[in-house]
Design a binder for this molecule. Structure first.
Ligand SMILES: Nc1ncnc2c1ncn2[C@@H]1O[C@H](COP(=O)(O)OP(=O)(O)OP(=O)(O)O)[C@@H](O)[C@H]1O
Ligand SMILES: [Mg+2]
Length: 261
């Protein structure tokens, strides 16, 4: 039964897609059968895997049956890693889900339900807004990973998210935030991280991802960072981040086949 990991923050540009792409690649390379759902109509995760951000029949195509969802999954260049691409129709996801099911858009999790037996890990790259469907996805997830930049405003959105989860979600996944785009030399970053981790040690991972122009080059290479730079220290940090998730979810590696190619 796959573990469903939602990667989300209300704030845009904090590294949700970068994290999803790199962690999914690493998970697959460790032998986990891995699926990414690019739930963001911007289609950035699909772009990184050179997959067209188009789903046959749009969102409605995913609501038909298990078989129909399968048919819309695409392979990537990497072993064990598949992707359910983004589609423009996801922009109206709340509305379309309500129309299709005459129920709540929170039923979005039903789209992934039939896939749970087929994968070990499903990572969802969420769009940066707390829509009804994103809330539904989160409440049905096994784990919520929240990338955050160590700034006051970014942490404010994390607080808003936690407050929303506490007041509006019936079921809440295990949740961890981690800091990304960290500038070690900025005293303000250090201070915010230390304060946050001290106050929220139960909710914070210890791995910090630094700001790095190397990571931005993923947009040019269109390959996950650990693929192009397997021995880079940032790859090691993503490996540590994945290990923190493995530990929280009590995941055991299916094999030690090494990096996929
Ligand atoms: N650690 C980092 N250092 C430098 N640049 C980074 C880092 N992480 C991500 N970026 C860059 O920041 C930009 C935003 O990252 P990303 O697309 O992963 O964020 P996002 O949260 O998914 O954004 P959105 O909310 O728009 O979906 C991208 O150009 C990406 O290459
Ligand atoms: Mg994104």
């Amino acid at each position: 039964m796959a573990k469903l990991i939602a990667v989300f923050n209300i704030k845009g540009g904090v590294g949700k897609t970068t994290t999803t792409v790199n962690l999914a690649y690493l998970a697959a390379s460790y032998g986990y059968k891995t699926l990414i759902w690019d739930m963001d109509p911007q289609g950035a995760a699909s772009f990184y895997f050179r997959v067209k951000d188009k789903v046959k029949g749009g969102l409605n195509g995913l609501l038909k049956s298990k078989k129909e969802v399968y048919q819309r999954i695409k392979g990537t260049d990497y072993r064990n890693l598949e992707i359910l691409p983004a589609d423009q129709s996801y922009r109206l996801m709340d509305q379309e889900l309500r129309n299709a099911r005459r129920k709540s858009a929170r039923d979005v999790r039903n789209i992934l339900k039939p896939l749970k037996d087929e994968y070990d890990v499903i990572l969802v790259d969420c769009p940066p807004n707390l829509s009804e469907s994103v809330a539904g996805l989160i409440s049905g997830a096994d784990f919520l990973l929240v990338p955050a930049i160590p700034t006051i405003l970014s942490l404010r959105t994390v607080e808003q998210l936690f407050k929303f989860m506490n007041t509006s979600l019936k079921t809440r996944p295990e949740t961890r935030i981690f800091f990304s785009q960290v500038e070690k030399r900025r005293a303000m970053h250090q201070e915010i991280i230390e304060k946050f981790i001290l106050k929220n040690s139960d909710f914070a991972f210890h791995t910090l991802i630094p700001i790095s122009s190397e990571l931005e080059k993923m947009g040019v290479s269109l390959e996950p960072f650990p693929k192009t730079s397997p021995s880079h220290h940032i790859t090691q940090l993503y490996q540590m981040l994945w290990e923190e998730i493995e530990s929280e979810l009590a995941l055991t590696r299916p094999s030690i086949l090494g990096f996929s190619s």
